[in-house]
Design a protein around this ligand. Structure first.
Ligand SMILES: Nc1nc2c(ncn2[C@@H]2O[C@H](COP(=O)(O)OP(=O)(O)OP(=O)(O)O)[C@@H](O)[C@H]2O)c(=O)[nH]1
Ligand SMILES: [Mg+2]
Length: 293
């Protein structure tokens, strides 16, 4: 059989389940997942390899109208995902009616490449609502093929993957067959810490945080990590640390547990907090954190 390979890019509103689906396809927790919008800030590749295929998935940030420079960079990642896709996976969730950006929606309507509309979270729906939703999407997006799924419960995920394989062009692999992602180890450390911050802090705090891993030293039986949590303002620093350091400690303990699973090795993490004034609007800083395309 001929070898098939290509880019399969997942786009959609925030919080619809894009990262959950990518992880389900790859079978690894490459992308962090929380119930908060704007969890994903980067374009993250997840590569699924078989003897006669290589599917290069892209998880992307949820589509929003950008209010500051970090968010503009996030939308640049989404734009790039339109440019190189061989198949577009446009994910919506039950109950949703429109994309948060009209221009992106037009791009999907006018897409020359195959679009699979993935209607996610059907585990939360009944048959009548599901049918109504399918009708709606068939009307507004007649060029798309609709697949109801539950990324969380792995319902219909395998069938969608089989369909993707049929749609992929014949091509040699783009990446070595043992490669799982395009991101380095430190990226997953940063993201795991950021996930704990999204889970445990309220309001603006998670959106004002960036994590940078300064040290990643791997020995035979332990990985020693030192990471800095950057906030935008002095008051946020105290909140992150918490009473006698208890809040920061919890972040460290939970991140360590996840990373020990991810790297299958003992992990030691040292965390500290630093103020990096208005980093979200500073192109120099954004570049340093990998937000430029
Ligand atoms: N009930 C249900 N919840 C789901 C499903 N898929 C994802 N979720 C939940 O929806 C929330 C958002 O999931 P994510 O995968 O982080 O969503 P996302 O689209 O990547 O979000 P952003 O990165 O913020 O754009 C999490 O709480 C998930 O557990 C599903 O099929 N059913
Ligand atoms: Mg995500």
């Amino acid at each position: 059989m001929a070898h098939r390979s290509g880019f399969v890019n997942i786009i959609g509103n925030p919080n619809v389940g894009k990262s959950t689906l990518m992880n389900a396809f790859v079978g690894e927790k490459l992308s962090i997942i929380t119930s908060k919008a704007q969890t994903t800030r980067h374009r993250i590749l997840g590569i699924v390899n078989g003897d006669d295929f290589q599917v290069i998935l892209s998880d992307t940030p949820g589509i929003i109208k950008p209010a500051y420079e970090l968010q503009s960079s996030m939308m640049d990642f989404v734009k790039s995902a339109f440019e190189d896709a061989d198949v577009l996976l446009y994910m919506v969730e039950i109950g949703e009616k429109a994309l948060k950006d009209e221009a992106f929606f037009k791009k999907i309507q006018n897409s020359k490449i195959p679009v699979l509309l993935l209607l996610n979270k059907i585990d939360t729906s009944d048959q009548a609502a599901l049918e109504e939703q399918m009708q709606h999407w068939q009307t507004v997006l007649p060029n798309a093929e609709i697949h109801p799924i539950s990324a969380l419960e792995n319902f219909n995920v395998k069938e969608v993957f089989e369909r993707i394989l049929e749609l992929l062009p014949e091509a040699p692999p783009y990446y070595p067959k043992d490669q799982l992602t395009d991101k380095p180890e430190r990226f997953f450390v940063n993201e795991t810490i950021r996930e704990k911050i999204l889970l445990h802090y309220k309001k603006e705090i998670p959106y004002s945080v960036e994590v940078e891993t300064e040290e990643f030293l791997e020995d035979e039986d332990i990985i020693r990590i030192r990471s800095v949590i950057m906030v935008e303002r002095d008051t946020q620093k105290g909140i992150i640390i918490g009473h006698k350091g208890s809040a920061l400690k919890r972040v460290g303990v939970e991140a360590r547990k996840d990373l020990e699973k991810f790297f299958a090795k003992q992990v030691h993490i040292e965390l500290y907090v630093k103020v990096n004034k208005n980093w979200r609007s500073n192109s120099q800083q954004l570049k340093r954190f990998g937000y430029n395309n």
